[in-house]
Write a protein that binds this ligand. Structure first.
Ligand code: MN
Length: 228
């Protein structure tokens, strides 16, 4: 097929133990999926169904690339998150079969321009530019389910320049990965290549130029993102 401009490169992620890469289609994110984090912002999520937002696929930051400090913010926040990468999709997926669609998992950061998000919330405006800016979706090397299984519990921790800032456990998610996939697929048809950021534990905070953020999730490859 001919295109009128050259075809943009497809975003993709490296895979543990393989030279082949995982092609990324869309990036979905769950809001407030750990109770302690939701309480930081004055919400009581155990009473609320999951809600979603998205980032453009080309907001992906991977392969150890540096994160350029984004424009129009003085309050760039990190949010450490487990990322599920879908190998197949569908609509109205049941909780019981949802995990069959996950190809692998990675450690991710949902970078957020918190000051823009606070204004957007106040004015009832969309979160897109607070959440979906360039390089805002950091994700480490994917571990295939065939090798790492489904991490349903285990430590998720984030460090800034080696100092512990977020320290949670995957088992504290309000909505499990299977429930998140099921709920999201009731709203959109999920596709192979979709990534799902599954929410962040308590302790989110600011990161500055010159600092390095690291996310460790038990059983997965660590993600390192230097901010420049
Ligand atoms: Mn998040």
């Amino acid at each position: 097929m001919d295109f009128v401009i050259s075809m943009p490169e497809r975003p993709s992620l490296p895979v543990a133990g393989s030279a082949a890469r995982f092609p990324v289609g869309r990036i979905w994110c769950v809001g407030r999926n750990y109770a302690e984090h939701a309480r930081e912002f004055g919400h009581y999520p155990e009473r609320e169904p999951p809600f979603f937002f998205s980032k453009p696929a080309d907001a992906l930051l991977s392969d150890g690339r540096t994160m350029p400090y984004p424009p129009q913010t003085g309050d760039l926040h990190f949010e450490a998150e487990l990322v599920a990468a879908l190998g197949s999709g569908g609509r109205d997926i049941s909780r019981e079969t949802a995990l069959d669609h996950v190809w692998g998992y990675g450690a991710g950061i949902d970078f957020t321009r918190r000051d823009l998000q606070t204004v957007a919330k106040k004015l009832g405006r969309p979160w897109d530019l607070a959440k979906g800016f360039d390089c805002s979706a950091a994700c480490g090397t994917l571990s295939p389910v065939s090798a790492a299984g489904h991490p349903e519990r285990g430590r998720i921790a984030l460090f800034v320049d080696g100092a512990l800032r977020q320290d949670g456990d995957l088992s504290a998610m309000i909505w499990s990965v299977a429930e998140v996939i099921s709920a999201l697929s009731a709203s959109v048809a999920l596709k192979p290549g979709d990534l799902i950021y599954t929410g962040t534990p308590a302790g989110v905070g600011m990161v500055e130029r010159g600092q390095t953020v690291r996310v460790d999730i038990e059983g997965l490859e660590s993600l390192v993102a230097p901010i420049v």
